[in-house]
Design a protein around this ligand. Sequence first.
Ligand SMILES: [Zn+2]
Length: 61
Amino acid sequence: MSEKACRKCHLIAKGSICPRCKEHSMSDDFSGIVIIFDPEGSEIAKMMGIKEKGKYALRVR
Ligand SMILES: [Zn+2]
């Protein structure tokens, strides 16, 4: 299975259900990958409203 990104939380995961939102919100049309290690200290995480570490897509269509 290829990786997809959630339209709601932008988390990247495999499969069609977001492990965080538990919804069928995954899209394979995304661009830009950011890995957040330190959500508290990351400007990108703040900008995107990310509160947990993980791999995220910058844009999801
Ligand atoms: Zn999600």
